[in-house]
Ligand binder design. Structure first.
Ligand code: NAD
Length: 518
């Protein structure tokens, strides 16, 4: 039996080889669909298809390209519930969050539809007479993109909506954790009217299809790479792009700090920290890693935090009131269990009492569903973590957080910056000076004052520094610089060769007019 392997030029390609199965991580564990790994030849064919489609798409007027994005937005809106249900079924985030994931794609479309009528360049005065200077945004070319599975609709939309709007053609290797959701994304884009060859998909796993696709940068088939995933893989992709003199868009991991100041609104901070720590079972790049609490409020905060944690509902993500559901796939559950074994040390104080590390039906008071098949992990809170501990600087990507304490704001900021990551960060305080110092001295790309570490809006830049990325930003107008290259144009109407600098008619003063004072 053949399985979907790729979509090239709007044509579905099926193969009998290299199968992988997308399994629901929740109670049912049903096989969502079976796909086939794309080979390097298939990846090459997809890039060639994108290359062939590029000139016509680049020449299509931007407002016309935007009309496809407008159609896409309408189709996502009309299919919002079904798409969100597929996200929940395939990767296990609660339906409320899945609806948010889809809404972010709709918001992104609406932001960029109007950008199709802007994509502004500039007119610039020349230093020579009868000469005009202009700048234009030109598309980069073939855009190859590899994404993670934790935001299977929002993150691809952050890439492809602006990339397509700017006139690029695309090849996408979606996560092997969410191929069916990605297929749905492609079907909606095709129905929106995307021309053949402009948007191509190669399904497959990372070390096979993903690695093959990136190698094609060396063959000159790819002009721009976008990657959302782990720091380890991002570093490798950065090396390949670097030797080809390309700057990829790298959106990587995080170890995000949340600071609780002595004057914080403790209830608000508890809510923000619980959501940051355990929303999506801790599987967001912006999830809370290090909870840094002022000594004077640590006991009060932790007692409310643990009381709040004991109330959260874990379980079947199809229910409306679930706080978090299963891990995305077996790989993520295994990695979480291995982190508990390897990173928790004798000097750490575990604040959660567990009857086992995987949730059983009767081992969590507020469990809802049937855990016998689902990949449900317990929340874990490790106190007494030190800056020198490996767990302090390791992204754990699961329902596991560290607790540290501080006395002086300088120490809280020092701890916040000490992991090497720099994605998101947060402080809860009413002290304007502390809030000012935190947001000016933190190295993270994103900072919240009195809000959780997680969350994004389609018109605000999203991205990180250090081990979290190479400074590229997604969303809003800032992402246009990822998908276009500035072209400088000068038009000389003088009818002769004019040499700037050498023949510029600068006006020089005739004499010194002020007398010496000493
Ligand atoms: P991952 O790096 O293992 O995989 C991400 C993608 O890369 C997948 O599509 C995978 O198939 C592919 N891939 C894996 N190995 C590859 C290789 N050698 N060559 C090319 N492609 C390869 O990451 P993951 O564990 O699936 O996802 C979780 C990570 O993603 C976390 O570190 C998380 O913080 C990060 N993330 C970052 C953001 C952000 O915007 N900064 C958003 C979501 C997730």
């Amino acid at each position: 039996m053949s399985h979907l392997q790729a979509i090239i030029g709007n044509r579905e390609i099926y193969s009998k080889d290299g199968l992988f199965v997308s399994l629901s991580p929740s109670d049912t564990r049903d096989a969502v669909n079976t796909f086939s790994n794309s080979t390097k030849d298939i990846c090459r064919e997809a890039c060639e298809s994108a290359k062939k489609a590029f000139p016509a798409w680049a020449k299509t007027p931007a407002p016309v390209r935007a009309s496809v994005i407008q159609n896409f937005a309408g189709l996502i809106e009309r299919n919002k519930l079904a798409l969100a249900q597929l996200v929940t079924r395939e990767m296990g985030k609660p339906i409320r969050e899945a609806l948010g994931d889809v809404q972010e794609a709709i918001d992104t479309c609406y932001f960029f539809i109007s950008e199709g009528r802007r994509l502004y360049g500039q007119t610039i005065p020349s230093e020579m007479p009868q000469k005009e200077l202009f700048t234009y945004r030109r598309p980069a070319g073939v855009f190859a993109c590899i994404t993670a599975g934790n935001f299977p609709v929002a993150v691809p939309s952050w890439y492809f909506v602006p990339a397509l709007l700017c006139g690029n053609t695309c090849v996408w290797k979606p996560s092997e954790d969410t191929p069916e959701t990605s297929f749905a994304f492609q079907r909606l884009l095709k129905a929106a009217g995307i021309p053949s060859g402009v948007f191509n998909v190669v399904f497959g796993e990372g070390q096979t299809t993903g690695a093959s696709l990136v190698e094609l940068v060396d063959e000159g088939l790819i002009d721009k790479v976008g990657f959302t995933g782990s720091t380890e893989v991002g570093r490798r992709i950065g090396e390949i792009c670097g030797r080809n003199l390309q700057t990829p868009c790298l959106e990587l991991g995080g170890k995000n700090p949340l600071v609780v100041a002595p004057d914080a609104d403790i209830d608000a901070a508890v809510h923000g920290a619980l959501w940051a720590a355990f929303g999506t079972a801790g599987q967001r790049c912006t999830s809370l890693g290090n909870l840094i609490i002022h000594e004077s409020v640590k006991e009060t905060f932790l007692s409310k935090f643990m009381a709040g944690l004991s109330q959260i509902k874990i379980g079947d993500p199809r229910s409306e009131d679930i706080f978090y559901g299963p891990m995305i796939s077996r790989k993520f559950l295994d990695a979480h269990l291995s982190n508990l074994t390897n990173l928790i040390k004798p000097h750490h104080r575990l604040l959660t009492t567990q009857n086992g590390r995987i949730v059983q039906n009767d081992s969590w008071a507020n469990f809802s569903g049937d855990s016998s098949n689902g990949l449900y992990a317990f929340p874990t809170v490790a106190d007494n973590v030190q800056k020198s501990d490996e767990i302090f600087r390791t992204e754990t990507f699961g329902p596991l957080i560290n607790v540290l304490s501080f006395n002086h704001i300088d120490d809280a900021i020092e701890l916040s910056n000490a992991t090497g990551y720099g994605l998101s960060s947060s402080i809860y305080t009413k002290n304007m000076n502390w809030a000012y110092q935190f947001r000016t001295e933190i190295k993270a790309g994103m900072t919240s004052i009195n809000n959780s570490t997680t969350g994004a809006e389609a018109h605000l830049p999203f991205g990180g520094n250090g081990k979290s990325g190479n400074g590229s930003r997604q969303s809003g107008i800032w992402v246009l610089d990822q998908f276009t290259r500035w072209q400088a144009v000068n038009v000389d109407l003088s009818g002769k060769l004019q040499l700037a600098q050498m023949e510029t008619g600068y006006i020089t003063p005739s004499e010194t007019i002020l007398p010496n004072q000493f």
